[in-house]
Design a protein around this ligand. Sequence first.
Ligand SMILES: NC(=O)c1ccc[n+]([C@@H]2O[C@H](COP(=O)([O-])OP(=O)(O)OC[C@H]3O[C@@H](n4cnc5c(N)ncnc54)[C@H](OP(=O)(O)O)[C@@H]3O)[C@@H](O)[C@H]2O)c1
Length: 264
Amino acid sequence: MNKIAFIGTGNMGGAIVRAVCKTIDPQKVYISNRSHNKAEDLAEECSCRVCYDNLTAAKGADFIFLGVKPWQIIDVIREIDAVLTGREVIVSMAAGVPGYAMAEALPKGNAVIRILPNTPSAIGEGLVLIAPHDNAEESMVRELEEILAGCGMLGRTDEEHAEAGMTVGGCTPAFTYIFIEALADGGVRAGLKRSDAMLWAAQAVAGAAKMVIESGEHPGALKDAVCSPKGATMEGIKTLEMNAFRGGVMEAVVVAAKRSAGLA
Ligand SMILES: NC(=O)c1ccc[n+]([C@@H]2O[C@H](COP(=O)([O-])OP(=O)(O)OC[C@H]3O[C@@H](n4cnc5c(N)ncnc54)[C@H](OP(=O)(O)O)[C@@H]3O)[C@@H](O)[C@H]2O)c1
């Protein structure tokens, strides 16, 4: 692989560039962004190459990542078509734009792979789900997995489950930041210093998440292990349940998935 291009290096595209440049020689990574200063700053941070237009970034690339907003994807594909040969693999991180819509906009028959990433990829603690369109070969997906190895956990999904996967993976960091902030606010109400409350809440959330992944236990069983009879945790859980905590979270995931499907 000689060249990887990123077009659109905002919050999500930038997070993936940061991870990729730790795995792949950054001199093979070419980035372009509408506001040039954003790409320049990122290129300086990651020691990768900055391009001042999308065609220069895309020309001769083996993989072209599209990190623009969903409603901009097709326009960018049409723009770069002038330099495509048909061999480049187009990787879209956009919510709500199905693989077939991008394939239809690519007259030279480029393979299309959707990825459903999240921003903790920037520090190697992300989740990236890969949903290949049916014109992508297995060897292309494997090569993409190598490129993305530094993002964190990789998984595979398909078009049917893409928006639900995007929501559980992509939106959960934002849901969790609110939860951590609320835990810390509660800690401050209970008398802790803000800085202590924030750090301790974040570590408790990170530790609980790791317990679920590493122990393989059901979260309900792990919850039971924290709750003693007549204990403090059970009082807190009763309050969360009375305030429809679980129902609220479930509804948030479902409405976000519906919104995601409509974004293009
Ligand atoms: N944010 C997430 O957590 C997340 C998670 C999963 C998937 N996604 C997907 O990732 C994509 C980007 O979202 P985001 O949150 O990263 O948005 P963002 O921060 O606004 O990034 C989009 C970037 O694209 C640039 N851009 C716009 N038009 C361009 C063009 N014609 N050529 C080159 N660059 C262009 C923008 O440049 P300017 O600096 O000029 O605005 C901006 O930096 C979306 O499709 C979204 O669905 C995001």
